[in-house]
Design a protein around this ligand. Structure first.
Ligand SMILES: Cc1cc2nc3c(=O)[nH]c(=O)nc-3n(C[C@H](O)[C@H](O)[C@H](O)COP(=O)(O)O)c2cc1C
Length: 300
């Protein structure tokens, strides 16, 4: 079940996705962190953030919408309060998700994390708005994405995975920009910008008006995007979007992913990451697949 993503060895290809698994330690009594492939922290910023007003999460027909607004404790508090506990959990593979409203903010987060032990890799969230450029997200503008990735890559002492926004016309083009700027891997997809209206009050159901759609509704679009990116870049791809069952994860791998992440499914079942990995192991055994890594890009 082992896979290697940009030099980081994972005991299984199933990773808990950012924003749905806290800082890892909260899941300690439910999930053994040393048994899952890895987990990604909630997005970390230079300063603590309170996030958006509520309501900021709603359920949809086949998933959920959220506009948490990147609430987090800030990178320094993470290093001081959470990382020491994570280091005690021997074998837990920690991927730090980072973001900033300017390139400089991101660089500062990276500098602080570089000095801390116990992190295997960085995941750079490119869906964050760039406040120096009128709030346009880094990940939807090739020039901004190139600058963000090349400068972050220059500063990072660990492998850098760039998490791409799906809210673009060509995600393959953005993946190429990230790869050319030095990304060691790409992960996709983040959530899709969406809107739900309460027709009685004629008000948006989320206080922020729009939110990010995740869960099973987005899976076929996400699988298609992984397939497009796999034909555009040579670096490893970590795929996600609506994975609930082992079969979903296998589909992503066949489309070209080296590993996968599971987000929304952890809300329904906090053991989803572990269960999906176990299901993949069984599927591989019953289909005479010796190494799960051989599934990557195997769609005929
Ligand atoms: C409540 C919530 C919070 C999230 N927070 C983050 C975040 O801080 N950083 C990030 O890169 N992605 C964040 N995501 C996106 C997920 O990591 C993932 O890309 C997306 O939900 C698609 O996967 P899924 O359908 O399995 O949930 C968040 C998703 C949800 C549902």
């Amino acid at each position: 079940m082992r896979v290697n993503v940009a030099g980081v060895e994972l005991r299984s290809p199933v990773i808990a996705a950012s924003g749905t698994f806290g800082y890892g330690v909260e899941f300690d009594e439910i999930v053994s962190l040393d048994r899952i492939g890895a987990f990604v922290t909630k997005g970390l910023s230079r300063e603590p953030m309170q996030g958006n007003p509520t309501p900021r999460i709603i359920e949809t027909a086949a998933g959920m919408m959220n506009a948490i607004g990147l609430q987090n404790m800030g990178v320094r508090a993470f290093v001081e309060e959470k990382l020491p506990k994570l280091r005690q959990m021997k074998g837990a593979v920690v991927i730090a998700n980072i973001f900033g409203y300017t390139v400089e903010d991101c660089l500062e987060v990276i500098h602080i994390l570089n000095d801390a032990e116990g992190i295997a890799m960085y995941e750079l969230n490119a869906s964050c708005p760039n406040t120096s450029h009128g709030g346009i997200a880094f990940g939807v503008d090739p020039g901004l994405l190139n600058e963000l990735v090349s400068r972050t890559r220059g500063a990072a002492h660990r492998p850098l995975m760039v998490k791409l926004s799906p809210n673009v016309t060509s995600i393959a083009q953005m993946a190429r920009v990230a790869a050319d700027a030095g990304a060691d891997a790409v992960s996709l997809v983040n959530t899709f910008v969406s809107l739900a209206i309460d027709i009685e009050t004629r008000r948006p159901r989320i206080a922020n008006v729009t939110g990010g759609l995740s869960g099973p509704a987005i899976k076929p679009i996400a699988v298609r995007m992984v397939y497009d990116v796999a034909r555009a870049v040579k670096i490893p791809i970590v795929g996600m979007g609506g994975i609930v069952r082992a079969e979903d994860a296998i589909e992503f791998m066949m489309a070209g992913a080296t590993a996968v992440q599971v987000g929304t499914a952890s809300y329904a079942d906090p053991r989803a990451v572990e269960n999906i990995a176990n299901g993949m192991r069984k599927w591989c055994a019953s289909h005479h697949v010796e190494h799960v890594s051989s599934l990557t890009g195997s769609m005929g």
